[in-house]
Design a protein around this ligand. Structure first.
Ligand SMILES: Nc1ncnc2c1ncn2[C@@H]1O[C@H](COP(=O)(O)OP(=O)(O)O)[C@@H](O)[C@H]1O
Ligand SMILES: [Mg+2]
Length: 127
């Protein structure tokens, strides 16, 4: 492992069918919560998919992910399972609508549909 994002880089490179010249990444980020990242991401993804682009929306949050809630889908596994080697990227993809798939993040707050219990969460994740 050469740098902090080496695992993610390897995951991206694994998709050999993707044409890097045609694949575009748009990062929507901020250091502060509640500024509209999820709102603009989900709306952009929906509109781009509606216009025929093939869109994968990646919730890179591994603490307070909520795009699954915004798209009203139930998820079983998420990117944290992939990073820990417990699932493949293909296994966690959630179809949302035509041309749009969600790559879900982790929300420890909704873990097991209970309110966040830090100790239980850490144990469940072998931290
Ligand atoms: N352009 C906007 N105008 C008014 N309210 C907005 C706008 N964008 C987001 N909001 C509201 O602000 C709150 C936080 O938005 P959200 O997209 O969840 O932020 P973030 O993902 O950055 O934490 C939500 O209640 C959302 O409905
Ligand atoms: Mg958000």
């Amino acid at each position: 492992m050469t740098h902090q994002a080496a695992k993610l880089e390897a995951l991206v490179n694994k998709n050999k069918n993707a044409n890097p010249k045609k694949t575009r990444f748009i990062a929507i980020t901020s250091g502060k919560g509640g500024v509209g990242k999820s709102t603009i991401s989900s709306n952009m993804a929906h509109m781009m998919a509606k216009h025929g682009l093939k869109v994968g929306i990646f919730d890179a949050d591994i603490g307070l992910a909520n795009l699954d809630v915004m798209f009203n889908v139930k998820i079983k596994k998420n990117i944290l399972h992939v990073l820990k080697g417990e699932a493949t990227v293909e296994e966690i993809l959630v179809p949302i609508e035509k041309n749009l798939v969600l790559i879900p993040g982790e929300s420890m707050i909704r873990l097991n549909n209970k309110f966040f219990d830090g100790e239980a969460w850490a144990q469940s994740r072998n931290f």
